[in-house]
Design a protein around this ligand. Sequence first.
Ligand code: ARG
Length: 459
Amino acid sequence: MAKLWGGRFRKSTDKKVDDFNSSIRFDKRMYKQDIKGSIAHATMLGKQGIIPKSDAELIVSELNNILVDIEEGRVEFLIDAEDIHMNIEKILIDRIGDAGKRLHTGRSRNDQVALDIRMYLMDETAEIEEMLVETMSTFTELAKQHVDTIMPGYTHLQKAQPVTFAHHCMAYFEMFKRDYSRLVECRRRTNIMPLGSGALAGTTYPLDRKFVADMLGFDGVTMNSLDGVSDRDFVIELAGCISIIMMHASRFSEELILWSSGEFSFVEMDDAYSTGSSIMPQKKNPDVAELIRGKTGRVYGNLMGLLTMMKGIPLAYNKDMQEDKEQIFDSIDTVKLCLPVFCDMIRTMKINTGNMYNGAKGGFTNATDAADYLVKKGLPFRDAHKVIGNMVFYCIEHDKAIVDLTMEEMKSFSDIIDEDIYDAISLETCVDDRKVTGGPAKRETLKAIRKAEAFIESI
Ligand code: ARG
């Protein structure tokens, strides 16, 4: 097939090079953005008198036909037409001849691809944002049901202090809320129109860049032609945002995997969200959570791939940059695949509140509160810490919890201890006295849930 750029060549491209060079296999997914961009460019060329108005109108109406034909599966893309940009331009020229040949006036594929990828990523980002709203609601709903569900909180995966399952869920709400605002910010930075940058040095034609930006709904135009065609920060930033989302989903998945083990038994995955073993009849495995944890790896890989691909590229466009697409598309596909199953898995799992409560009873999760009890009776905190440390050592030796000690045993550690210690260090008091803003007390959790709901409502 004759190349659109074939004039200065005397030999056709080697078949292997056609395959190697071509990106149509993966960039065809930007067909809609490419056509929308070309429609705006052609309209502007006509308005500015750069091409005849009648040609511009013909281009626009035929591009609309091509869009319908692609959507209805009537278009076959060609490997040797290289990429989505030249495939569509070639179809246009085949259909309307000379008018079609005028479309690429004052434009390069370099600014065209920069435009298309920005538009494509903004559309996808908006979809991921919606999925994050769903994720935030999932955690808020679950939290609402578990404001009284006491469970052990951990540091170093050792039992530390009691919290509630609602508090734990609301921690994830906060993470996904930050992820959401990161995406909004990232989308805002992507929302700048690069057409007019040309191949690298702008163009001599009197383009109306602002008109194109307005027609496509961009916030503004890029301010430097070299940067306009060679910036892929927004791709890397989105890959970073998605990596952080996946990191958060992976952390909770890891917790669910642990919690559904026989050793914890804090949760049980719904049958519809787990799988069995081909050999061990008793098995019920948390595969969904494991796959989310596993897929996080490839998303990080894409981020690293993009950063490494860009790091040595001299200004302006270089073909290396065609490699941005498969990686960012894979990150987008992966996060869009994961978030809905992540939410459904969470919504359908069973919470074993009794096991969570029993878990919080062990491991001296109320030791800090026992020390605080002594502080309230006048002992300096460091001394109180030591007294309770000795008490814990004694308990471990005698296989008891602090609340199992008799008053005599208690008093042998400090004579300021009274009967009221038992109430002061009950799990319920431990949780409910943590009324500090952001703490696990019911009052604070309910406040956090109300704020979360208002935030979701405001989106
Ligand atoms: N398919 C190319 C890409 O994705 C489009 C730009 C090609 N420009 C060029 N000068 N070869 O980057």
